[in-house]
Structure formats: structure tokens, C-alpha cells
Design a protein around this ligand. Structure first.
Ligand code: ATP
Ligand code: MG
Length: 301
């Protein structure tokens, strides 16, 4: 099965599967005292993330710190609790582990798996776009993570490059379960923020199911290969229209096989979208798999 943790830890530190698990399973109640705090890894909407080391085991992780006041002020406590509840029960090599959480008088701390290569969003913007070999590798890993979630009746609903981290070995780590839900759902919600990754049934405020993640995977495939999402427009209304009509134009430099997968995922009718289980056998993946780094190709078998 998949090894967890070992390759995530820089040399010189204790690194083992068991140590990773002890962070999760031990009855130990963690406090800030248990950690040596390292450099700041980033800043999110509601908190700051630091590299940290468990003093007892030497295990390196990421510590996300949030002010309780802010969570209350922005009325996101419920969403935040759901995020913790969902993420702490997930075990998959392409899903960021949440080992545990603790709090003090004013802050909440999440103990997260450390993703050594940082954010997919930054890597993609820096590179402009990915070639078929890299993109297919990422898409296959994300598909595996989504298949795992869907089997557990969870829909992610917020798949985009900002919510993907990259591990030290270059593997994708799906994170940010703030919008994810247990199915079934008939939630009609007006979501704020970017529309770019939303499928027709969500922009049209209809009921939706786990097929929304397939649509987002199609958008992501396009974005990895082209550099920007397919329905991007300066105004929300224009993006909405293009999504609703599935106004999809794929540039000529995108390979025939990749275009085929993108078209099959970006189907207006949710039930027509290409199933996750078939992605590893899609010609685009099959053609590129032999060119993946050996370690990545093996992990997906
Ligand atoms: P929010 O989820 O509140 O909208 P966000 O997704 O923008 O916030 P956070 O999850 O708070 O951001 O993380 C902020 C930044 O810290 C990320 O963009 C990333 O660069 C870095 N980061 C977060 N978690 C990790 C991690 N586990 N390993 C490495 N870097 C991380
Ligand atoms: Mg986020």
C-alpha cells in the first residue's frame, strides 16, 4: 500500500510511517509547546501556516493557526468544523492529511501534512502551462483522490489550483475541504468568489451531485495545459453564460487525446461526464504514463 510520511521529511529528521500515524492516533493532547515553529509557509483567508516540528518525534508538519475571533466574525465556525471533521477521516496519498487539532484561549491550530513543494497555483503561474506528461500525471492523481472521496460519499466542490498542494516528491495533495459536503445534497447556494470552476448546474443554482467534481477536473485539465481556465471572462455574467452554454474553445496546441478528455469531462449533462474510474485507461493517460517518473507511475498502480 501507499507509504505515508517517510518521503515528506527532510533528512536529519526522524521519518517513519509510525511517527506520522502517532501524530494522528496518539491520545496525546497537543499544545503549542509540543512544536518547534519554523518558517512561515503562507497566509490564507483565515490564518497563517508555519512549518513545524513535533519535538518528541522530530516529525515535520505544517501548522495552520487561526484566530477564533476571526472565525466567529466571519461566521465560518460551522464550515470550519465540517472541514476538520471531513478531512481528519481521510487517508489517501493524494489528499493532504489532517493529523489533529488543538486550541488555546484565542487560536485554533491544525496539524497538517507538510507539502514540501507548496502550491500548485504558484507552480502553474510560474511555468505558464504544463506539458502532457506532467499534466496527465497530476490529473490522474487528482482523479484517484476524487474517486476515493466519492466512494466515501464526499464531494469536494472547490477543486482549483489554489487548493492543490505539491509534496516533496512532486505528488499532488488535494486540500481545503471548506466547501466539501457529504452527499446527498440539494443545496441551492449562491457561492461567492470565482465562477471559473463551477459547472452549469451550480451556476444555474440547480441541485447537484458528485459530478460537479468531474466538471472541475475538466476545467483543471484545460488550465494545466493552456495556462488559464476555459470560461474565464472579466465579468461574472459573461463567465456564467459561457459555462451555461459550454462555450469551449480548445487551442490547437492541445493534443488530440487531451482535448478528447477535456470535452468528455466538460459535458453539460452531469450524468454524461466521463467517469473517474475510467480516467487511468483514457488514451491521454495511457499514452503519457510510460513517460512519468517511475515513482509516480508505480504509486498509481
Ligand atoms: P483558506 O483555505 O482559508 O482560503 P488558503 O487556502 O488561501 O486559505 P491556507 O490553506 O491557509 O490558504 O494556506 C496558506 C498558504 O500556506 C498556502 O497557499 C500554501 O502556500 C501554504 N500552505 C498551507 N498548507 C500547507 C501545507 N500543508 N504544506 C505546505 N504549505 C502549506
Ligand atoms: Mg484554500
Amino acid at each position: 500500500m501507499h507509504k505515508q510520511g517517510a518521503s515528506q521529511v527532510p533528512s536529519g529528521f526522524v521519518s517513519s510511517h509510525d511517527v506520522a500515524n502517532s501524530l494522528q492516533a496518539s491520545p496525546r493532547q497537543y499544545t503549542l509547546e509540543n512544536f518547534e515553529i519554523g518558517k512561515k509557509l503562507g497566509k490564507g483567508k483565515f490564518g497563517k501556516v508555519y512549518c513545524a516540528r513535533d519535538k518528541a518525534t522530530g516529525y515535520v508538519c505544517a501548522l495552520k493557526v487561526m484566530e477564533k475571533k476571526e472565525l466567529i466574525h466571519y461566521k465560518v465556525e460551522k464550515q470550519f468544523r465540517r472541514e476538520i471533521e471531513i478531512q481528519s477521516n481521510l487517508r489517501h496519498p493524494n489528499i493532504l492529511r489532517l493529523y489533529g487539532h488543538f486550541h488555546d484561549a484565542s487560536r485554533v491550530f491544525l496539524i497538517l501534512e507538510y507539502a514540501g513543494q507548496g502550491e500548485m497555483f504558484k507552480v502553474l503561474r510560474k511555468k505558464g502551462r504544463f506539458d502532457d506528461v506532467l499534466a496527465s500525471q497530476y490529473i490522474c492523481q487528482i482523479a484517484a483522490a476524487l474517486a476515493y472521496l466519492h466512494k466515501k460519499h464526499i464531494i469536494h466542490r472547490d477543486l482549483k489550483p489554489e487548493n492543490l498542494l505539491i509534496g516533496l516528491d512532486g505528488e499532488v495533495k488535494l486540500s481545503d475541504f471548506g466547501w466539501s459536503v457529504h452527499t446527498p445534497t440539494s443545496r441551492r447556494n449562491t457561492m461567492c468568489g470565482t465562477l471559473d470552476y463551477l459547472p452549469p448546474e451550480m451556476v444555474e443554482a440547480k441541485d447537484h451531485d458528485n459530478k460537479v467534481d468531474l466538471w472541475a477536473l475538466g476545467v483543471l485539465t484545460y488550465e494545466f495545459l493552456v495556462g488559464s481556465p476555459p470560461f474565464e471572462e472579466p465579468a461574472h455574467k459573461a463567465t456564467y453564460k459561457r459555462i451555461s452554454k459550454v462555450d469551449l474553445k480548445i487551442p490547437g496546441f492541445v493534443s488530440v487525446e487531451a482535448s478528447d478528455l477535456i470535452r468528455k469531462l466538460l459535458q453539460h449533462k452531469p450524468e454524461k461526464r466521463f467517469p473517474l474510474e475510467q480516467i487511468p485507461e483514457h488514451p491521454w493517460i495511457m499514452k503519457n504514463r510510460p513517460l512519468w517518473p517511475k515513482s509516480q507511475a508505480e504509486k498509481l498502480h
